[in-house]
Ligand binder design. Structure first.
Ligand code: COA
Length: 168
């Protein structure tokens, strides 16, 4: 892979992406950063079952992030705690290149819903930067169960205000 800025593209998830997502989400460094992943991120049966449900649910929009033609990760729009929310996950080889920030920018431009929310474990500085660079601001704090840690963990709630970008 070349170094330097990469402009990611988004496309629907295809079957062959799943093996890549699994490796990316089983990475303990990434799982520690995200905090709220599954208890056993390297359990492929659990992963496959979860993704089968995600892909079958018409209320969710999940897209693959491509960087230089490679599967860099995914980005998702889904209801969380009753409000429209986003989340994302990149393989570690793609971190710190602006890919998540650019992928979120592209993704939210295509989602008319406002406000739009995201929840981030306190301490996940990279994810907070991705959100704030895209206009999200913190509006609250909560606690959620982190299966991997077996305890409640503090999280911050971020919100993107504004009007439907497709309106007018
Ligand atoms: C969080 C994540 C998506 C960030 O992806 P990324 O492509 O590295 O993000 P970007 O390159 O767009 O960087 C955004 C900012 O975060 C900073 N950053 C990136 N990784 C960082 C880290 N480990 N620690 C602190 N800051 C970090 C970058 O320097 C950049 O800051 P800047 O805007 O001041 O230049 C990625 O680390 C990831 O997938 N982590 C595991 C899953 C996860 O935590 N998902 C989010 C759950 S809420």
């Amino acid at each position: 892979m070349t170094s330097g800025p990469i402009v990611p593209t988004l496309r629907p998830v295809v079957d062959t992406d799943l093996a890549v997502f699994f490796t990316q989400q089983a990475d303990p460094v990434a799982a520690d950063m995200a905090v709220f992943g599954p208890a056993w991120p390297d359990d492929e049966a659990v992963f496959r079952d979860k993704w089968a449900r995600i892909r079958a649910n018409p209320d969710l929009l999940t897209l693959t992030i491509l960087a230089d033609g490679e599967v860099a990760g995914y980005i998702a729009h889904f209801p969380q705690e009753g409000v429209p929310s986003i989340s994302y996950w990149l393989g570690r080889a793609f971190w710190r290149r602006g890919i998540a920030s650019a992928a979120v920018a592209r993704f939210i431009a295509g989602i008319p819903t406002r406000p739009l929310y995201a929840r981030v474990a306190v301490g996940n500085a990279a994810s907070v930067r991705v959100l704030t660079r895209n206009g999200f601001h913190v509006v609250g704090r909560d606690q959620a169960h982190a299966p991997r840690l077996g305890r409640m963990v503090a999280e911050e709630i971020y919100r993107l205000d504004g009007t439907d970008p497709s309106a007018g």
